[in-house]
Design a protein around this ligand. Structure first.
Ligand code: F7E
Length: 328
C-alpha cells in the first residue's frame, strides 16, 4: 500500500487530493497545525481513515517526526499562507511559512531519508502569482518570474528550492505552477467564493450588497478537483519536472459576477455591487493566463470543468448551504 503525506490538509486542495488518493487505495497522513484546529472533524469526516499528525511547517522537528511516523512514498506540500492580501500585512510570517516552510520540509526529508532519497517523491505547490507583472502572455514553465506580492516572492523561493533539491540531490521533486483553482470548498475570502456566497444570500433575501475591489482583474480560473489530478500525475512520472496547470481561458471579475448572478436569475447585478478601494492591492497582477500544453502532452492532463460550470456549481452549493444555515 502506498503512503502519502500531505501538508495543508485542511485546505481546499488538501481535501480534494486526499479524496483522490483514498480512492486510489493510499494510506494518507495529513499534517494539522495548532492545539485545537477547528477543521479537525471536517477532515476526518471527509477522508475517513486518514491519520492526522500535529505538525507545523515552521517546526522542522515536528516534520521529521511526522515523516518517521508516516514513512511516505509521496509528500505533497500544499501548506502555505495563501491569501495574497494577507501577505502584505504579515510578510514575515508569510515568508516563514510559505518560503522557509519548503526549506524545512525538504531538509526534514533529507534527515529522515538519509542516503536513500529515492524512496520518496515530492510535490511543491507553486503558484501563478510567481508570474506577477507578466513578461509574456500566456505564461509557461520558462516564463520569467516577476512576483508582485510577498506571497508571490515566497512562492518563488519554494519553487527554486524544489528545483535545486532535484538538481543537487537527485530528489524526485516536481513543482506544479497552478493557476487559480476554485470549488465550493474555497475559503470565502477569495473572490470567487466571496461572490458566489453573496449571490446566494442576495437571492435568498439575506443580504443586499456585495463590496468588491478591482472588477477588471482577470484570472485563469479552473476547478480544484481537476487540478489535484495533475499533482498526482506529476509524481507518477519517471522524471521529475515542473508543470503549468491552467485552463488557458481568462475571465474578469465582471464575468464572474455575470455568471453568478445569472444562475439566480438576476440580470441587473450593478445595483447589488459596490466597488471599494479598500479591497485594492498595493500591486495588482493583471494578465494571468496559463499555457498548460506541457501538462497536456506529458501528463495527459486536461481540465474537465469550464468557468461557467464551475461558478454555477459554486452558486448552487452556496444556495444549499445558506438554506441549511437559515434553518439552524
Ligand atoms: O483574487 C480581485 C483581486 O483573492 C483574484 C490564491 O489561491 O490564486 C489565488 O490568489 C482577483 C485579484 O485570488 C476582490 O484583486 C476583486 O485580482 O481570489 P483572489 P488570487 O490573489 O489570484 C493564486 C494562484 C494563489 O496561489 C493564491 O494562493 O480578484 N478581486 N475584488 C478581489 N479579490 C478578493 N479576494 N476580494 C475582493 O473583494
Amino acid at each position: 500500500m502506498k503512503r502519502a503525506l500531505i501538508t495543508g490538509i485542511t485546505g481546499q486542495d488538501g481535501l480534494y487530493l486526499a479524496e483522490l488518493l483514498a480512492a486510489k487505495g493510499y494510506e494518507i497522513f495529513g499534517l494539522i497545525r495548532g492545539q485545537d484546529n477547528p477543521k479537525y472533524d471536517l477532515v476526518r469526516a471527509t477522508v475517513p481513515g486518514i491519520t492526522l499528525l500535529k505538525s507545523d511547517l515552521t517546526d522542522i522537528s515536528s516534520l521529521v517526526r511526522a515523516l518517521n511516523r508516516a514513512q511516505p512514498h509521496e509528500v505533497y506540500n500544499l501548506g502555505a499562507i495563501s491569501f495574497v492580501p494577507y501577505s502584505w500585512e504579515n510578510p514575515v510570517l508569510t515568508t516563514d511559512v510559505t518560503a522557509k516552510g519548503v526549506m524545512n520540509l525538504l531538509e526534514a526529508i533529507r534527515m529522515w531519508a538519509g542516503n536513500d532519497l529515492s524512496r520518496v517523491r515530492f510535490y511543491q505547490a507553486s503558484s501563478s502569482e510567481m508570474f506577477g507583472e507578466v513578461r509574456e502572455v500566456p505564461q509557461n514553465e520558462s516564463t520569467l518570474l516577476w512576483p508582485r506580492s510577498p506571497y508571490g516572492v515566497a512562492k518563488v523561493f519554494g519553487h527554486h528550492l524544489t528545483i535545486n533539491y532535484r538538481e543537487s540531490y537527485g530528489l524526485h521533486a516536481s513543482s506544479g505552477i497552478l493557476f487559480n483553482h476554485e470549488s465550493p470548498r474555497r475559503g470565502p475570502e477569495f473572490v470567487t467564493r466571496k461572490v458566489t456566497q453573496a449571490v446566494a444570500r442576495i437571492a435568498l433575501g439575506q443580504q443586499k450588497l456585495l463590496t468588491l475591489g478591482n472588477l477588471e482583474a482577470r484570472r485563469d480560473w479552473g476547478f480544484a478537483g481537476d487540478f489535484v489530478q495533475a499533482m498526482w500525475l506529476m509524481l507518477q512520472q519517471d522524471e521529475a519536472q515542473d508543470f503549468v496547470v491552467a485552463t488557458g481561458v481568462a475571465h474578469s471579475v465582471r464575468d464572474l459576477l455575470d455568471v453568478a448572478f445569472d444562475e439566480v436569475g438576476i440580470d441587473d447585478w450593478e445595483s447589488h455591487v459596490r466597488q471599494d478601494d479598500r479591497y485594492l492591492r498595493p500591486a495588482e497582477v493583471h494578465h494571468l493566463i496559463g499555457d498548460a500544453r506541457k501538462a497536456r502532452d506529458t501528463l495527459g492532463w486536461q481540465p474537465t470543468v469550464t468557468f461557467d460550470e464551475l461558478i454555477r456549481m459554486m452558486v448552487q452549493a452556496d444556495l444549499k448551504e445558506q438554506r441549511v444555515l437559515s434553518l439552524v
